[in-house]
Unconditional design. Structure first.
Length: 367
C-alpha cells in the first residue's frame, strides 16, 4: 500500500459500500490495519447491512441508515474493548457489508438424470431445469458458515451448494409424488412452491439464506425416449394403419410408373407393391361384401415369392397366375408355400408348372 493510500485511509473516515456487481452477497471494507476513527461516518444503503467484527467475534450489526460511530451506538464493541468513558481514535474492527436484496438470475439443473419408476413407462430417467432467487436473511450465520475471512463472497461461490440441495430436494419430491411423467407439466407451479419450501428448510437456519423464488422450467425425458414418444404420437395421428398403408402403396406405384428410367429394380418394386396392393384390395373387398365376393377357403394355398433377395407375399394362386401371365414371375423365380421344405423354382412346383405351360404360346404357323 502506498503512502498516499495510507494517509487517505487514515484521514478519510466514511465507511460505505457501493455495489454494482448484482451478485455479491458479502464484502469486507478495506481499511489499512482495520483502523477506524472516533466519529467516523457509516453509510448503510437500502438492501444492505453492516457487521463489525472485533478479534474474530461478531459485535454490532447496523441496518440501513447513516451513523456516526461513537460509544453510544457501538454497545457490544464498547464492551469488548472495555471502553467506559468513550474511546480514543483510532480503534480496530473489521467491517463486513451484507447485501440483503434478491439475486434473481440464478439457474439450477440436474447434472445426471433422476431414476424413477413411472406407472406408464416403468423405470425411466428424468432431467429437470429451472431458475431461483437467493437472498441473505441472517448475516451472522452467513458470515460464520460460508464467508469466513474472504474479501468478497458472491452467489457463484454458493451456486454448487445450492444446486446440490435443489437437485436432492427434486429427487425426493418426484419420488414421493408418484405422478406420471406425462402429467408433470400440469403441476409445475404447485411443485415449484413445494420444492422452494423444501430448499428453504435446508438453507435458512444453517446458512442464513432464503430462496424467495424457485421455478421448475422443464422436466424432460432422455432424447431416445422422446423420439419413441414422437413415433407413438405419429401413429396415433395416422389412425387406421391399413388405410395409411394402402395410400402409401398407391403413392409408391404412381411414383414408379412416372419413373420409367428406374430399370428392372423399379419394375420389380412395382411388381412387389402391386402384389401387396392386390392382396389388400382383395381383403378389403372380401370384408366389405360377403355376398358379392366370399372369402377364400381356409385350404387355399398362400405363396411367397423371392424378389431381389426379399420375400414378397403372401399371394393367392390367382394372383400368382396373373404374375406368370404377365411375365413378372419366371420359371426360375423362387417360391415357397406351407408344406415345402424350402424355396423352389416356380417351374419345378407341380401346382405352378402347368401355369407356365399355358402361358407359353404355340410356335407360329409356317409362312
Amino acid at each position: 500500500m502506498g503512502l498516499f493510500d495510507k494517509l487517505r485511509g487514515e484521514l478519510v473516515d466514511i465507511i460505505e459500500w457501493v455495489d454494482d456487481s448484482r451478485h455479491t452477497l458479502m464484502w469486507r471494507f478495506p481499511r489499512y490495519q482495520n483502523e477506524i476513527k472516533n466519529g467516523a461516518q457509516l453509510i448503510v444503503r437500502p438492501g444492505q447491512q453492516a457487521i463489525f467484527v472485533h478479534r474474530g467475534q461478531i459485535a454490532d450489526v447496523f441496518q440501513e441508515g447513516h451513523f456516526t460511530l461513537e460509544t453510544s451506538n457501538l454497545p457490544i464493541l464498547s464492551t469488548l474493548q472495555g471502553w467506559k468513558y468513550g474511546f480514543n481514535s483510532p480503534f480496530k474492527a473489521e467491517v463486513y457489508f451484507v447485501s440483503t436484496r434478491q439475486i434473481t438470475d440464478l439457474k439450477w439443473g440436474t447434472t445426471n438424470p433422476i431414476m424413477l419408476r413411472d406407472p406408464d413407462f416403468g423405470p425411466i430417467r428424468l432431467r429437470a431445469f429451472g431458475t431461483y432467487a437467493l437472498k441473505a436473511t441472517d448475516p451472522r450465520a452467513l458470515l460464520k458458515e460460508l464467508v469466513g475471512t474472504d474479501q468478497t463472497f458472491d452467489a457463484d461461490a454458493v451456486s454448487e451448494l445450492m444446486r446440490s440441495i435443489i437437485v436432492t430436494a427434486v429427487s425426493d419430491m418426484l419420488g414421493q409424488s408418484h405422478i406420471a411423467a406425462l402429467d408433470l407439466a400440469a403441476k409445475y407451479r404447485e411443485m415449484s412452491e413445494q420444492l422452494r419450501k423444501m430448499v428453504c428448510e435446508r438453507v435458512d437456519d444453517e446458512y442464513g439464506l432464503d430462496v424467495p423464488m424457485l421455478n421448475i422450467v422443464n422436466i424432460s425425458f432422455p432424447e431416445e425416449v422422446e423420439k419413441a414418444l414422437d413415433a407413438r404420437t405419429s401413429m396415433g395421428v395416422i389412425g387406421n394403419m391399413d388405410q395409411f398403408t394402402q395410400f402409401q402403396t398407391a403413392q409408391a406405384i404412381r411414383a414408379a410408373a412416372e419413373n420409367p428410367a428406374g430399370g428392372g429394380a423399379a419394375e420389380g418394386m412395382g411388381m412387389g407393391l402391386g402384389f401387396a396392393m392386390a392382396g389388400r384390395l382383395a381383403q378389403s373387398a372380401g370384408g366389405g361384401g360377403a355376398a358379392a365376393m366370399p372369402p377364400p377357403l381356409p385350404t387355399a394355398t398362400a405363396w411367397h415369392v423371392a424378389f431381389n433377395g426379399q420375400s414378397q407375399g403372401p399371394f393367392t394362386s390367382e394372383q400368382l397366375a396373373q404374375g406368370i401371365a404377365q411375365g413378372k414371375v419366371a420359371p426360375n423365380t423362387l417360391v415357397w408355400s406351407a408344406g415345402q421344405s424350402g424355396w423352389s423354382p416356380a417351374g419345378e412346383v407341380p401346382q405352378l408348372a402347368k401355369l407356365f405351360a399355358a402361358a407359353v404360346p404355340p410356335p407360329p404357323p409356317p409362312a
